[in-house]
Ligand binder design. Structure first.
Ligand code: ADP
Length: 320
């Protein structure tokens, strides 16, 4: 292989730039040319492709978002769209591709692999919703952004003796809510993986008030429903009058990646190039027990990211 490509697709996540840098530099270090494909699969179809040098990825390791931009591309889901993409890749002489994105993007990558074009995935999403990897790129940064926000909200919650219900992202996955709730001592964490019993939740909240608590923090994962609906359910049943809702929204997707995400991106980017060059395809790079490993994408797409019951129980135990 003499030329490889890299693209970012689906939702952006902090750490994507660090991963692009790693792919480009690990490729050049190993003697191959690396091409950046702009706007995800859309750029593959339109031929928005440029060769990247060592300096093109300078000064981006610390930047959020993605310098290659990202997009959703319906055309790539069609056979004609993918045939055009393959033609473009051939035109540029690109023989392998690294796709940084979520499970939808990997599905696209697998389809290219099935057409004889080798693809390797890197999990880039703040949601941490990808199976067979302990962490996805961007999760740690988003988590720290949430923690920072909740710490600030906590100040006002205490001063005004208010209850705050905070909605965080995560799509169908409760990890951002679970980890931020545990890290911030939330009284209640509401996640899509667990059935909610509002009477039990309110009993815990009232117990806290009785022992003198001046505020409550409740973290709700977006996949478990709207924080406004949760507020309605709780308001009807509790003693604390003042309940406020904060939906954190897209601040969670931006910002400078944490050291953890930068290191993870660097390790994953380098591994992706190494595997591609040794002839591996159709795999996603993952981190398991601090080891960088690779998993078959078709296999992992049949699985679900496991919910961490131990952390959930611990959060309950520590918020009595
Ligand atoms: P994510 O990668 O974050 O899960 P999406 O599910 O929106 O995001 O997928 C990103 C892009 O990947 C889509 O816009 C499309 O171009 C491509 N893609 C998703 N699913 C498929 C599929 N089944 N076949 C081919 N391409 C797909």
């Amino acid at each position: 292989m003499k030329k490889i490509g890299v693209l970012t697709s689906g939702g952006d996540a902090p750490g994507m730039n660090a991963a692009i840098r790693a792919v480009v530099r690990a490729g050049i270090y190993r003697g191959v040319e690396v091409y950046g494909i702009y706007h995800g699969y859309k750029g593959l179809i339109t031929g928005n492709i440029k060769k990247l040098g060592v300096s093109d990825v300078g000064d981006i390791v610390q930047r959020g978002g993605t310098i290659l931009y990202t997009a959703r591309c319906e055309e790539f889901k069609t056979e004609e769209g993918r045939a055009t993409a393959i033609k473009q890749l051939k035109k540029f002489g690109i023989e392998g591709l690294v796709v940084i994105g979520g499970d939808g993007s990997f599905m696209g990558g697998v389809k290219l692999t099935q057409l004889g074009f080798p693809t390797i995935g890197i999990p880039g999403t703040i949601d941490n919703d990808i199976p067979e990897t302990d962490f996805t790129l961007g999760f740690d940064t988003a988590l720290n952004t949430i923690i920072d926000a909740i710490d600030k909200i906590r100040d006002t919650a205490t001063s005004h003796e208010r209850r705050f219900i905070i909605e965080v992202m995560g799509r169908g996955c409760g990890d951002l809510a679970l980890w931020s709730g545990l890290a911030d001592g939330a009284e209640t964490i509401i996640v899509p993986e667990k059935e909610q019993n509002y009477d039990a939740i309110v009993k815990r909240l009232n117990h806290g008030i009785e022992r003198g608590k001046k505020h409550n923090i409740i973290v709700v994962a977006e996949g478990a429903g709207s924080a406004f609906d949760v507020a309605k359910q709780i308001k009807q049943r509790t003693k604390m009058e003042d309940t406020r809702v904060t939906v954190l929204g897209h601040v969670q997707r931006g910002g400078s990646p944490t050291a953890f995400d930068r290191v993870l991106a660097s390790r994953m980017g380098s591994k992706a190039v190494e595997l591609l060059l040794e002839g591996t395809a159709g795999k996603m790079i993952a981190i398991q027990n601090n080891q960088i490993v690779a998993h078959d994408i078709l296999d992992l797409l049949t699985k679900k990211h496991p919910f961490n019951e131990d952390l959930y129980q611990l959060a309950k135990e520590l918020s009595i």
